[in-house]
Design a protein around this ligand. Structure first.
Ligand SMILES: [Fe+2]
Ligand SMILES: [Fe+2]
Length: 143
């Protein structure tokens, strides 16, 4: 993925996955685990809307299909997070499924959007702000 905004959000999403893993591993109180789960889930919802907006802005042809995948992923994520909430203990397979859920989509589906964004004449709204707010010169779109 080479869209600076989406890249940044993907890193944030991964950070929240790791945060949840640590919260579980360090046996935080149930209420704390629940709050971290809510944080992760809300960010996923935010990220999907943000990514869908970007797709509309650049004229990506398969927005509806990609949005449908997002909706399915949110349901799957909800199921996995509910299991974690239910067991309230670290289970290797549950957390690794949350990681897999995230990684597979980024590699398989989001990559197509990134490739399209590179050459689309329609540019994301506020693209000129990416460098200012997201950091390194390498973060400039089209990079
Ligand atoms: Fe994404
Ligand atoms: Fe996506």
């Amino acid at each position: 993925m080479s869209n600076a905004l989406i890249d940044t959000q993907h890193r944030m999403q991964m950070l929240l996955c790791r945060k949840l893993e640590i919260a579980i591993k360090t046996a935080q109180p149930e209420q704390t685990i629940q709050r971290v789960i809510l944080e992760l889930k809300k960010f996923a919802e935010f990220h999907f809307i943000s990514e869908q907006n970007l797709m509309h802005e650049i004229g990506y042809p398969q927005v509806a299909e990609h949005a449908q995948i997002h909706n399915t992923l949110l349901i799957e994520l909800q199921v996995e997070l509910s299991k974690i909430r239910l067991h309230n203990q670290y289970q290797e397979d549950l957390m690794s499924r949350v990681y897999a859920w995230f990684n597979d989509h980024v590699v398989e589906d989001d990559l197509k959007v990134a490739e399209f964004a590179k050459t689309s004449p329609q540019r994301p709204i506020g693209e000129e702000l990416y460098q200012e707010f997201l950091g390194s010169p390498a973060a400039v779109a089209g990079d």
